[in-house]
Design a protein around this ligand. Structure first.
Ligand code: TXA
Ligand code: MG
Length: 338
């Protein structure tokens, strides 16, 4: 089939963006709520539509290194940034670097840094190229809720006249990009994703601080959150959700004899009615790709509780899989923290 035939007409989307409007676009991770990153009014529109606290900065999406250099401070596109972009872009890795003056305060939460990434999705890249400039792109959901991995999820969250939605089908990766701070002496993972510390360390040839130790250090110092996305409750369904180990599951189900619950599990299990089951794939990457869809589906069932069985994070796993499981577990903990 001719690829050119598959490319939708982007002129309407680009016109919206030039007007300061909002265009949701697919990426390999989740759908983003796009706006002109260099237009402060347009960026304020993104915060308003999402109900997002203004101190939580946005990721700037770019076509590649050349556009990235336009949004970071002169000389700030470091050897580290170049190595990581070469190895992982386009892809699910976001780099935090000193910002350029041209980036509005609205994008960075008033801070001295800017987060940049080049998404690995043909529609996102075409949009960026046709628009010809950087786009902010937080996940296209109401703040604090489950991220969208399908165009239908975006349409549920926003009115049609408020957000123009580009439909690129289901997202392949399914969880948000790894956010890595390359401004400090020690490279630090601010948000875990499918690109793990091990892979980053390998490319840079230096040690990388894992997300877990970044969180621990912040807790100990009582320090301001380096990345507001580390806020505990996030990615949450509306129904109460808990994360349990396999052996705890039976007892919990007995406690809920009179009220239906839905169980999300990677393990083969029989669940007696009125309880319901959502089966997850045992493979790390496939589990991640399905995670948000499963949480949304569980939320639509008429149940009092969502029980997620903790997936198997085995330390004998290949480092790549271990990183994906760690990122999945991070999202599950947030989804079940209230
Ligand atoms: O995969 C993704 O990254 C998706 C797709 C659409 O690209 N976008 C996404 O954006 O997840 P959002 O806004 O939902 O999450 C951005 C994360 C937040 O945790 C935010 O705190 C962090 O990146 N962040 C943004 N700018 C930052 C900065 N300058 N310093 C530290 N963290 C930053
Ligand atoms: Mg988000």
């Amino acid at each position: 089939m001719d690829d050119a035939l598959e490319q939708p007409d982007l002129s309407l989307a680009v016109a919206r963006l030039r007007d300061g409007g909002l265009v949701a676009f697919p990426t390999e991770t989740v759908y983003g709520l796009g706006a002109d990153a260099l237009n402060a009014d347009a960026v304020r529109g993104v915060f308003a539509a999402k109900g997002r606290p203004s101190h939580n900065p946005l990721i700037v999406h770019v076509t590649g290194q050349e556009m990235a250099r336009r949004v970071v401070a002169p000389g700030a596109w470091s050897a580290r940034a170049e190595k990581l972009a070469r190895a992982f872009w386009p892809g699910p890795l976001t780099l935090v670097l000193p910002r350029a003056a041209v980036v509005p305060d609205e994008v960075t939460g008033g801070g001295p840094t800017v987060a940049v990434r080049c998404p690995d999705h043909p529609l996102a890249l075409s949009l960026l190229f046709e628009f010809g400039g950087p786009l902010v792109g937080p996940s296209a959901n109401a703040s604090g809720r489950v991220s969208p991995t399908d165009a239908a999820h975006v349409r549920e969250a926003f009115a049609a006249d408020q957000v123009h939605v580009l439909d690129g089908g289901a997202c392949q990766t399914g969880i948000e990009s790894t956010v890595v701070d390359v401004t400090s002496e020690r490279v630090r993972i601010l948000r875990p994703g499918v690109v793990g510390a091990h892979a980053i360390a390998h490319v840079l040839g230096e040690a990388v601080e894992e997300h877990g130790s970044v969180i621990e250090a912040a807790d100990k110092d009582g320090a301001a959150l380096a990345s507001p996305g580390m806020l505990a409750s996030h990615y949450a369904p509306r129904t109460r959700a808990v994360l349990v180990e396999g052996p705890e599951l039976e007892g919990l189900l007995e406690d809920y004899e009179d009220e239906a619950v839905v169980v999300i599990t990677h393990a083969l299990r029989e669940i007696e009615p009125p309880h319901e089951l959502i089966e997850m794939p045992p493979d790390a990457g496939e589990y991640a790709a399905r995670l948000y869809r499963a949480l949304r589906e569980a939320d639509t069932r008429d149940v009092g509780l969502i029980i997620v069985e903790r997936p198997p994070v085995s330390n004998t796993d290949a480092p790549g899989n271990a990183a994906i499981w760690a990122a999945v577990l991070d999202r599950l903990k947030r989804a079940t923290s209230i």
